[in-house]
Design a protein around this ligand. Structure first.
Ligand code: COA
Length: 469
């Protein structure tokens, strides 16, 4: 907007203001209607309830047209949303969030995910169809705010539901912007108003209204332990996607150079915010030094002096040894600056070698600090990986060429996602096969959620006809 002479280009200012006014005119303002954001949760639910009747009557082709428009709007606004999210929450990296948003646009399944089961025989034809729940209440986090809102919206709408979002209060502005964009896209593609709604001031109190409302048929909670627990104990059917503490095991048979690359790629992605990201490295002694060398080669720095490690722990942890909110999702350079160390801003992560009991290992930090624990052999590595995952059964990663070792860890750790020989994000479809999601329902067993997760199975029986065998 500034010209080369440093003065403001007034034509450009007017153009941008006019474009924004047009957008506001089209979408309405929060609390006034078509953008889907209402002053009270009660109104947001009522609007979504009315909209769901229209969504359920849409053909799959019509729904797919709306989903294509949602994907397109997300691609077009990926940078804007990513910048807003980092600015509002203070967490993560813009470029990584752009990748996450585009991943949702490209790889979240739509209506093709709804598969019909059928039996036919002497007594006719029976189908099991995946039909909508109705109105879904979706709790979304501050760590992946727009990714979760868009991903949930695509899957839930594809299945014929409407959605009332209760976003994390700390990511309110960007989450409501996402709701607004989704609504605009649906309406521009010929769909109804309010297929996706939310409340102007999200809070745990507003979420409680959602939890108790008779019109809401299903709750889907993605977030921190408190809010997920509240949803799961609300008395309604709920799908819960909570926290993890994913270990990455490196045994003596692994391709160590690749392991070093992949661990930094996954473990520092969006400053370690994703719940699937590598949170602690467990390396077999015989390869630990070479792994360390390769971690550093790929953009991490190591803190070797125990006094530096202790100071970092003092700063980024609370007195109770929990991650301090102020440092969650911050750049490695910011964390190091807090203990008086200057590194280039592009530094991806901080590697520290510590003992098994250290809070950096035991707690899910969600910071680009990668603690490395050295163990004698793969047996000890597997045993410790299971212990430090704390029964979350969320995600584990292993670098190995030994199929028996990989099978053993898979069997013993029981995680929803187990990535072998790749960065953790291969587990949600980046550089790995399979679709993407940001709602990974380990606790309630649905696994990686998609449109079919948000459906009720209904049996449709036609007696003595339509079997032509
Ligand atoms: N809707 C309404 N209220 C919500 C909410 C939502 N979607 N999400 C959180 N809240 C409420 C909480 O219940 C809490 O209320 P309280 O203060 O009355 O108890 C308040 O908002 C603050 O939330 P909380 O997340 O506990 O605190 P925070 O903002 O300090 O912490 C994180 C931020 C990122 C550390 C925390 O959310 C966290 O640990 N998340 C885990 C990572 C995650 O979200 N994983 C899920 C998979 S992506």
């Amino acid at each position: 907007m500034a010209t080369s002479a440093g003065t403001l280009d007034i034509t450009e200012v007017v153009r941008q203001v006019m474009a924004r006014l047009k957008e506001v005119e089209r979408s309405g303002r929060p609390g006034t209607g078509p953008c889907g954001v209402y002053a009270s949760m009660e109104e947001a639910i009522q609007r979504a309830e009315a909209a769901q009747k229209k969504v359920a009557r849409m053909t799959l082709e019509e729904r797919e047209k709306c989903i294509a428009a949602i994907r397109a709007t997300l691609r077009a606004h990926a940078r804007e949303l990513s910048e807003m999210a980092v600015q509002e929450t203070g967490m993560g990296r813009v470029e990584d969030k752009i990748i996450k948003n585009n991943l949702v646009a490209d790889k979240t399944p739509g209506t093709e995910d709804l598969i019909t089961e059928a039996w036919s025989g002497d007594r006719g034809l029976t189908l099991v169809e995946m039909s909508p729940f109705g109105v879904i209440g979706a709790i979304t986090p501050s760590t992946n705010p727009t990714e979760t809102v868009f991903c949930n919206a695509i899957g839930m709408f594809a299945a014929g539901n409407s959605v009332v979002f209760s976003p994390h209060p700390g990511a309110k502005a960007v989450s409501l912007r996402a709701v607004e964009l989704i609504n605009q896209a649906i309406q521009e593609a010929g769909g109804p108003e309010d297929a996706v709604t939310s409340v102007a001031e999200p809070s745990i109190e507003a979420a409680q209204v959602l939890f108790k409302h008779p019109a809401v048929r299903l709750l889907v909670a993605t977030g921190g332990p408190g809010v997920v627990h509240a949803a799961l104990t609300s008395g309604k059917k709920a799908i819960g996607a909570g926290a993890g503490n994913p270990p990455v095991v490196v045994d003596e048979t692994a391709d160590i150079e690749k392991a070093g690359h992949d661990i930094i790629a996954g473990g520092t992605f969006d400053n370690n915010l994703p719940c699937i990201a590598e949170k602690e490295i467990i390396a077999v002694e015989s390869v630990a030094d070479y792994l360390l060398f390769n971690l550093l080669k790929n953009g991490a720095v190591q803190l070797k002096d125990r006094r530096d490690i202790d100071r970092l722990a003092e700063v980024v942890l609370t007195p109770e040894g929990k991650p301090s909110r102020k440092f969650i999702g911050r750049d490695a350079a910011v964390l190091l600056k807090a203990i008086g160390k200057e590194v280039p801003p592009e530094t991806r992560g901080i590697v520290v070698e510590v003992e098994k009991e250290h809070p950096f290992v035991q707690e899910e930090l969600m910071m680009p600090i990668l603690p490395l624990v050295r163990v004698r052999n793969v047996d000890e590595a597997i045993e410790f990986a299971v212990e430090v995952e704390h029964g979350n059964r969320h995600t584990a990663i292993m670098h190995s060429k030994n199929v028996d070792n990989m099978t053993r860890l898979a069997r013993e750790i029981q995680t929803t996602i187990f990535v072998k020989n790749g960065p953790s994000y291969a587990g949600i479809g980046v550089g790995g096969e399979g679709f993407a999601t940001f709602t990974i329902a380990g606790p309630t067993g649905e696994g990686l959620t998609s449109a079919r997760t948000f459906t009720r199975k209904r049996r449709c029986v036609l007696v003595d006809a339509f079997s032509i065998r």
